[in-house]
Ligand binder design. Structure first.
Ligand code: FAD
Ligand code: SIN
Length: 528
């Protein structure tokens, strides 16, 4: 039976969670929980690829420099060096697991290019890298008898000393309470160590490239348990999400601009990026997203166009088979027509503060992947550095747990989840309404270009919603939507508080009230 005690509990079955599981399973019994299906996280949706220094002309120094330039100097240099230095070995391990990276003509692998990278250094599997990675990791995890994979388990809150049968205020984390979507009951899972690998918080925004479950659950759970959360104002907007009234979150990979795609004004065909930045379409994402936002607002457009039709048709189909096929279904032939695109939320740069071993502030609790703020991304993530972060930190957390196993105590007896004072909800409409409301005002007030007045408006709305959701949560039985709504409110609050705290424009945080960048770069760190 899965409920009960395991050696290590991992919350999340994407790149970070499964990497950690595979690195622990030689010695430990590992339980991996996923909120829905095992492949429902962002990992499976990744298109462009994974960045690593893999060809003779490229250097670690260059990858480090590109990461720091994109991050507007806010990155932690030691973390950047750690991740970049471990990247080639991480790619080798994935290849050994069976990820079929595209071969190159003269080099072992074909390397594509993305914005902010001064070299071709992105390994990929066509334009569907994440799917190939997710399948390889899942296959290896399924084959390992020490790994139990448990989908349809929505984690609600971390179990700490205050949930023990004997109260302890030491903040130690012993596992998690999770809602079993099949049985409708809440179960407790305990272990000597717990790893949060729950991904990002993109769905705080109305338009996002991220999957439905990216509601910041891990960030909210860690915050409630007592962890510091950092740099939440740095929400990355991807410049090129398909503009389509039916399909709202289909990404058009940055690799399309890397392979020559141009951004144009619909109607006139004017290529506008050179007017904004000498790096044109390959400037870092914050620059490109702001330029598109500027042109859309200035000209009253619904979208701009991304055009690669000047390249030969077989080149386009060979490089972008998934996008080509999907858009043909929607009536757009990318070999002859431009693609209508708009920016959409894409990546959460901030998160739970971790050190180079993936340790959080709380004993027994580790975190890896998009849920964290490790110091890698600074004020803006460089393209294709995030899957990499999952592999490097998933392994680092596993290594630290293994090396310190004898110092991790056995979990104490934990109280069962108490449902004796709640009833079934009679007003599910409140949950649905508030979900939509948060995402709408975060899009309108806390988007690509911000002002203090708009942020304060959002803060006011959040205060009202927080009270409403707390009342609801206190009185009714939990449901998956309510769990997510409670976390969305928490994360929206952390984003707005962080944005109000930063009195400058840096990287992804751009405010009309403080347009200049301060001389010294400092993280925003919120303490519970
Ligand atoms: P995820 O892969 O998102 O997995 C999160 C896991 O946590 C899931 O299993 C989910 O079920 C689980 N979970 C969440 N909440 C709970 C809960 N309450 N209870 C239980 N389980 C929970 N990055 C790159 O480097 N290269 C790319 O080419 C690239 N392309 C991208 C394209 C798209 C469309 C998107 C959205 C992102 C892209 N990214 C890319 C970013 C990258 O995919 C993510 O940052 C990365 O996959 C995150 O991995 P993760 O393991 O941290 O989380
Ligand atoms: C993309 O393919 O454009 C996404 C790459 C990334 O988010 O790193």
């Amino acid at each position: 039976m899965a409920e009960g005690r395991h050696d290590v509990i991992i919350i999340g079955s994407g790149a970070a969670g499964l990497t950690a599981a595979l690195n622990l399973a030689d010695r430990f019994r590992v339980l991996v929980l996923a909120k829905g299906g095992l492949s429902d996280g962002s990992t499976a949706w990744a298109q462009g690829g994974i960045a690593a220094v893999l060809e003779p002309g490229d250097t670690f120094a260059s990858h480090i420099e590109d990461t720091m330039v994109a991050g507007a100097g806010l990155n932690d240099r030691a973390t950047v060096e750690f991740v970049v230095g471990n990247a080639p070995a991480a790619i080798e391990r994935l290849a050994r697991l069976g990820v079929p990276f595209n071969p190159g003509e003269s080099e072992r692998w074909h390397l594509t290019r993305e914005g902010g990278h001064s070299h071709r250094r992105i390994v990929h599997v066509d334009d569907a890298t994440g799917w190939a990675v997710q399948q390889a990791l899942e296959k290896a995890a399924h084959a390992n008898p020490n790994i139990t994979l448990l989908p349809d388990m929505a984690a609600i809150d971390l179990i700490t000393g205050r949930h023990g049968e004997r109260y302890s205020g030491d903040g130690h984390v012993w596992g998690v309470y999770a809602f079993n979507r099949k049985s409708g009951h809440v179960e407790a899972f305990t272990g000597r160590a717990t790893i949060l690998a729950t991904g990002g918080a993109g769905r705080t925004y109305l338009y996002s490239t991220a999957p439905r479950g990216a509601t910041g659950d891990g960030i909210a759970m860690a915050w409630r348990a007592g962890c510091r959360v950092s740099n939440m104002e740095f929400m990355q907007f991807h410049p090129t999400c398909l503009y389509n009234l039916e399909v709202k979150n289909f990404l058009i990979t940055e690799a399309m601009r890397g392979e020559g795609g141009e951004l144009k004004i619909p109607g006139t065909g004017h290529r506008f990026m050179p007017d904004f930045d000498p790096r044109a379409e390959l400037a870092p994402r914050d620059v490109v997203a702001r330029a598109i936002d500027h042109e859309i607002k200035r000209l009253g457009l619904d979208h701009v166009d991304l055009d690669i039709s000047h390249k030969p048709a077989d080149f386009i189909i060979h490089h972008f088979p998934t996008i080509h096929a999907r858009l043909l279904e929607l009536g757009i032939d990318i070999t002859t027509q431009p693609i209508p695109v708009v920016p959409a939320q894409h990546y959460t740069c901030g998160g739970v503060v971790v050190d180079l071993d993936g340790r959080t502030d709380l004993p027994g609790l580790y975190a890896a992947g998009e849920v964290t703020q490790s110091g890698l991304h600074g004020a803006n993530r460089l393209a294709s550095n995030s899957l990499l972060e999952c592999f490097v930190f998933g392994e680092a957390a596993a290594r630290h747990i293994g090396a310190h196993w004898d110092t991790l105590p056995e979990p104490p007896a934990i109280r069962a989840w108490d449902e004796s004072r709640v009833s079934d909800s009679d007003e599910e409409v409140i949950v649905q309404h508030n979900w939509k409301e948060i995402r709408r005002f975060m899009w309108d007030y806390v988007g690509i270009v911000r002002t203090t007045k708009r942020l304060e408006r959002a803060q006011h709305r959040i205060a009202l919603l927080r009270q409403e959701v707390a009342d609801y949560y206190g009185n009714f039985r939990v449901t998956p939507d309510l769990i997510e709504l409670r976390n969305l409110v928490e994360v929206a609050d952390l984003i707005v508080r962080s944005a109000l705290h930063r009195k400058e424009s840096r990287g992804l945080h751009y405010t009309l009230d403080y347009p200049a960048m301060l001389p010294v770069a400092a993280d925003t760190v919120l303490t519970p």
